[in-house]
Write a protein that binds this ligand. Structure first.
Ligand SMILES: Nc1nc2c(ncn2[C@@H]2O[C@H](COP(=O)(O)OP(=O)(O)O)[C@@H](O)[C@H]2O)c(=O)[nH]1
Ligand SMILES: [Mg+2]
Ligand SMILES: [Zn+2]
Length: 298
């Protein structure tokens, strides 16, 4: 029997999946009945011919990021991530609700989250500074950068080195600018694969894994901006607010919703200003968006 090769899924290209084995790219189809593979997955492939293969086996994942797909299902977008870098900017105005949403998700997925404030060449508001200081006090690393003026990029590079990471954040904050800055030659390898095979073109690429020049990988995925709370329960959302974690067991009722419940330790912390009211209000807002919370609210 032919021996299997171990590889890394680096891109979805139209109907084929690019798998890297010892610096060589194989364009692969998946064996039928195999579950959907994502960029970042480790797989075993069999060689079909020199540059084509078949994915035979999906190796265990240490994390998986999903995004909503059609008919209420989810689709894996990135596997084996270590870090999600939540990018936001001085302009367009910082969306702290979105930041909380990403942080709540990564908290539940056991993926580290780090914050990146871009465009510090523009004027900062005091409000941004205050909110950011609070996130830092929760233990989220903050990188203040300007891609345009090349400020703060070195420490960001160090945080990326040796890990698998992804940038997320609303459109216009500078994710593409950052990616291009970190990897000026990023599209070379994938483009050459597209050029030499009949399968999918570069424009159909859903997600791609790039190797960083100093080591480590960056997954670039257009779909990742929309990873949402569709699969999140109320309990997970509360857990996703990191500072709630030690408080939850002190709530009087084990099924406390932290909304207007008697003896709620979270509400108490908001009242004595340990937790900023703005942050708590965002929890309530995200909570009201959960499908489960609307079904059970009374
Ligand atoms: N002033 C300023 N503008 C920036 C900076 N980084 C990116 N931009 C601009 O912000 C806009 C959106 O950038 P882009 O990388 O496309 O954002 P994306 O939608 O998150 O990928 C572009 O016009 C960039 O030139 C920065 O550090 N300072
Ligand atoms: Mg972009
Ligand atoms: Zn409570």
């Amino acid at each position: 029997m032919q021996s299997l090769l171990e590889g890394l899924v680096v891109s979805h290209l139209g109907k084929g999946i690019a798998v890297e084995v010892n610096q060589q790219i194989y364009l692969c189809q998946t064996r039928r009945k195999l579950e959907t593979v994502a960029v970042g997955d480790k797989v075993q492939i069999s060689e079909v011919n020199g540059e084509q293969g078949r994915i035979e086996k999906l190796l265990p994942r240490r994390s998986i990021l999903l995004r909503p797909a059609r008919n209420g299902k989810t689709r894996p977008v990135a596997a084996n991530l270590d870090n999600v870098f939540v990018v936001f900017a001085v302009e367009p105005a910082c969306d702290f609700l979105l930041i909380d949403q990403y942080l709540a998700l990564t908290e539940n997925l056991n993926i580290n989250a780090q914050l990146v404030l871009n465009k510090i060449d523009l004027d900062n508001s005091d409000e941004i500074e205050q909110q950011l200081a609070y996130y830092q006090s929760l233990g989220y690393p903050l990188h203040k950068v300007s891609v345009k003026k090349s400020l703060g990029i070195e420490t960001l590079k160090q945080a990326l080195t040796g890990h698998v990471s992804i940038f997320t954040g609303q459109s216009g904050v500078g994710k593409s600018s950052l990616t291009n800055f970190l990897m000026p030659e990023k599209s070379l390898k994938i483009n050459s694969v597209s050029a030499t095979t009949k399968h999918g073109r570069h424009t159909t690429t859903a997600a791609t894994l790039y190797h960083l020049p100093d080591g480590g990988d960056l997954i670039d995925s257009p779909g990742v901006a929309i990873f949402g709370l569709a699969d999140t329960t109320e309990q997970q959302l509360a857990w996703g607010y990191r500072e709630f974690q030690p408080l939850i067991e002190n709530c009087r009722f084990h099924n406390c919703r932290h909304v207007n419940d008697k003896g709620c330790a979270v509400i108490e912390a908001v009242e004595n200003k340990t937790i900023p009211n703005s942050r708590y209000q965002r929890f309530l807002k995200l909570r009201s968006k959960l499908p489960a919370a609307t079904a059970y609210s009374f």
